[in-house]
Design a protein around this ligand. Structure first.
Ligand SMILES: Cc1cc2nc3c(=O)[nH]c(=O)nc-3n(C[C@H](O)[C@H](O)[C@H](O)COP(=O)(O)OP(=O)(O)OC[C@H]3O[C@@H](n4cnc5c(N)ncnc54)[C@H](O)[C@@H]3O)c2cc1C
Length: 514
C-alpha cells in the first residue's frame, strides 16, 4: 500500500482512468466490459504477456440455473454456512441470467451459444434446476492455432475469445506484462483506494482510479508459501499457470481485508514431470451423483495406493476433479510423514490401451508437453513404470510386494462381484487389473484453482476485518470466491461472469473522487 506520505501528488499520476481492473481472465474481462458499458473509462491490466489466466484453459462450461430461488437453496446447502445468504443470492440470481448474457456477448463474433442440461453434483434441494451454458463454435476460429500457448478444452478458449472480441470492440485500454504491485490510498490515513502502482515495460507507473479498483487477479495456485501456510498437505502442485500468486489477496490484506475460504481449493491428483512446470491432471471422467451410482458407467482404468501399496480412497468420487485430493491430506503423527504423498496409480495393459491417463493444461508459451495417445511416451520416459508382474512392479516403486499383491487381489475380487466394500467406488467405474504388463505412476495433490481470498459482500465490495467495505475496492472471480465448502462444476466460471458484472457496474456507479 502507498499512502499520502509516500506517494506523489494527484497531479503527478502517470495516467487516469475511472475504473482499473487488475487481471484479465474471465472475471476481469467481464468487469471491464460492464464498467465501460456503464459509461466509465477503463484500464484492464494483466501481468502476463498472454492474458486469459486459468480461464482460457478451462472447459468453458458456465453453470446456469433455470430458477434462482432453487439455485439459492442448493448454494446454501453446499456452502454449509460459510458464505452469507446475500452473497449466495446474488450468485444464484446471476446464474439464472448467464445464458441470455452470453448470447448478447456472442453477437460480436457470431458464436453459437448452447445450453446443455446437467444437474448439479450433489442431490440437495434445488440441484435439478442447474444446467450449463457453453460456446460450441465461433466461425473461422480454431483455438489451437489462435492460442498456441494454451492447452485446455477448446470451450474455455472460445469463451475467452468472445470476451476478447467484446473488449476489443469497445476499445478498452489493455496493458500487458504489467504486474500491479500495490494500491494507492487517500491521504490522511484513509483506506479509500485511489489508484495503483504497476510495473510496466516502460518502468513503474502510478495510475489513478477516479472511481474504483477491481481486483480480478485470481487466486494463489502458484504461491508456494501461501499454500504451505494455509494448507496442511504439502506439496500441492499447480495445474495450469504460474501467474496466480495471490497478489490481489496480499494487496487487499494490506488494507485490512478479512479472508475467507483459504482452505478450499478445486483439486485432484496428478503427475509431476521433471521437464514440465505444471502438474498434469488425470484424464477427466464423467461425474456422477450420490444415490445414482448406476449412472456411473465409464470405467476408470486405475486404482490409487499409498506409499505402502494400500488403497485408501474411492478413486472416483462423485466429482473426481474437485475433491479427490482431500483424502491425501492424512498426516501420520507416528511416522511424521504424509503416507499418501505421493501415491501411485496402478493399471494394467488393458487400461494402458483404453485411454491416455494424463491431460496436461497450460497457459504458458514456454511450457510444452502433450501426453501420448497410448501412454507409450510416458512409459518410455519412466514417468510411468512398467513391470511384468505385480511383484516386480512393487519392487520398482519400492513398496512391499506382499501388500501390493494383496491390494490387487482384493480389488479384483471386488470387481468380480461388482462391489467395493472398502471405499464404495461405483460398480460401473470398476475394472480388474490383471493383464500384464502392469503400470504404476506417482501421483501428487494438484490444485486446479483456489477459492480463498478477501471476503466480499453481495456488491463485490471487499470487506475488512470489522465487516466494513474498504472504499472503492472490489473483487471478482476466484479471488475471494463464494465457494466455501462443496464446489459445483462450472461454478467458478459462472462466478466470474456474475461477479464481474456486479463489480463492473458497482464500480462504475461511484462518484469520481478527483
Ligand atoms: C484445467 C482447468 C479447467 C477448469 N475448468 C473449469 C470449468 O469448466 N468450469 C469452471 O467453472 N471452472 C473451471 N476451472 C476453474 C476456473 O477456470 C477458474 O477458477 C477461473 O477461470 C478463474 O478466473 P479468474 O478470472 O478469476 O482468474 P484467471 O482466469 O486466473 O485470471 C487472473 C489473471 O490475473 C492476472 N494477474 C495475477 N496477478 C496479477 C497482478 N499482480 N497484476 C496484474 N495481473 C495479475 C493473471 O496473470 C491472470 O491472467 C478450471 C480450472 C482449471 C485449472
Amino acid at each position: 500500500m502507498v499512502n499520502a506520505s509516500e506517494r506523489k501528488e494527484e497531479s503527478e499520476f502517470d495516467a487516469k482512468y475511472d475504473v482499473i481492473v487488475v487481471g484479465y481472465g474471465y472475471a476481469g474481462g467481464i468487469a471491464a466490459i460492464e464498467a465501460h458499458d456503464a459509461g466509465s473509462s477503463v484500464l484492464l491490466i494483466d501481468k502476463m504477456a498472454n492474458p486469459g489466466g486459468i480461464s482460457v484453459c478451462s472447459y468453458g462450461a458456465m453453470r446456469s440455473a433455470h430458477n434462482s430461488e432453487l439455485a439459492f437453496k442448493y448454494l446454501q446447502k453446499t456452502n454449509a454456512g460459510r458464505t452469507p445468504d446475500a452473497v449466495l443470492r446474488a450468485l444464484a440470481d446471476g446464474m439464472s441470467k448467464i445464458e441470455p448474457y452470453m448470447r448478447k456477448l456472442a453477437e460480436v463474433n457470431g458464436a453459437t451459444v448452447n445450453p446443455r442440461e446437467k444437474v448439479a453434483n450433489y442431490p440437495f434441494e434445488g440441484y435439478e434446476t442447474f444446467y450449463q451454458t457453453l460456446i460450441e463454435e465461433i466461425p473461422n476460429f480454431d483455438p489451437a492455432t489462435y492460442y498456441p500457448h494454451v492447452r485446455g478444452a477448446p470451450g474455455g478458449a472460445r469463451v475467452f475469445k468472445t470476451l476478447e472480441d467484446n473488449v476489443a470492440k469497445r476499445g478498452i485500454e489493455i496493458w500487458l506484462e504489467a504486474p500491479v504491485q500495490t494500491l494507492i490510498t487517500a491521504s490522511g490515513g484513509s483506506r479509500e483506494v485511489q489508484g495503483i502502482v504497476v510495473q510496466t515495460t516502460d518502468g513503474v507507473q502510478r495510475v489513478q482510479a477516479r472511481k474504483a479498483v477491481i481486483l480480478a487477479c485470481g487466486g494463489f495456485e502458484a504461491n508456494e508459501e501461501m499454500k504451505r501456510q494455509y494448507w496442511q498437505m504439502t506439496p500441492v502442485l499447480a495445474a495450469t499457470t504460474n501467474s496466480n500468486t495471490g497478489d490481489g489477496i496480499r494487496m487487499a490484506q494490506e488494507l485490512g481485508a478479512k479472508l475467507w475460504h483459504m482452505w478450499h481449493y478445486h483439486g485432484s491428483y496428478g503427475f509431476q514431470h521433471s521437464e514440465y512446470p505444471y502438474a498434469i491432471r488425470m484424464k477427466r471422467l464423467p461425474d456422477w451423483i450420490p444415490g445414482r451410482e448406476a449412472t456411473a458407467v465409464v470405467q476408470m482404468t486405475w486404482i490409487v495406493v499409498d506409499k505402502f501399496g494400500r488403497r485408501y480412497m474411492n478413486e472416483n468420487p462423485p466429482y473426481t476433479q474437485d475433491t479427490s485430493h482431500r483424502p491425501m491430506e492424512f498426516f501420520d503423527t507416528v511416522t511424521q510423514d504424509f503416507p499418501r504423498i505421493p501415491s501411485y496409480i496402478i493399471f494394467d495393459e488393458i487400461g494402458r490401451r483404453r485411454y491416455r491417463v494424463g491431460a496436461p493444461t497450460r497457459n504458458d508459451p514456454n511450457a510444452h508437453y502433450d501426453w501420448s495417445e497410448n501412454n507409450f511416451r510416458e512409459i518410455e520416459s519412466g514417468l510411468i513404470k512398467k513391470a511384468d508382474s505385480i511383484y516386480e512392479l512393487a519392487k520398482t516403486i519400492e513398496v512391499e510386494p506382499d501388500i501390493l499383491e494383496t491390494t490387487l487381489t482384493r480389488w479384483n475380487e471386488a470387481c468380480s462381484v461388482k462391489k467395493d466394500p472398502d471405499f464404495g467406488r461405483p460398480a460401473g467405474t470398476m475394472m480388474k487389473i490383471q493383464r500384464p504388463p502392469f503400470y504404476a505412476g506417482e501421483v501428487w495433490p494438484v490444485v486446479s484453482n483456489t477459492q480463498g481470498g478477501p471476503e466480499h459482500d453481495s456488491n463485490q465490495r471487499i470487506i475488512d476485518i470489522d465487516d466494513n467495505p474498504i472504499p472503492r475496492l472490489f473483487a471478482a472471480g476466484e479471488l475471494g470466491s463464494a465457494w466455501g465448502h462443496l464446489y459445483m462444476s462450472g461454478g467458478n466460471l459462472a462466478e466470474c461472469l456474475v461477479t464481474g458484472q456486479i463489480a463492473g457496474k458497482e464500480a462504475a456507479s461511484l462518484e469520481r473522487w478527483g
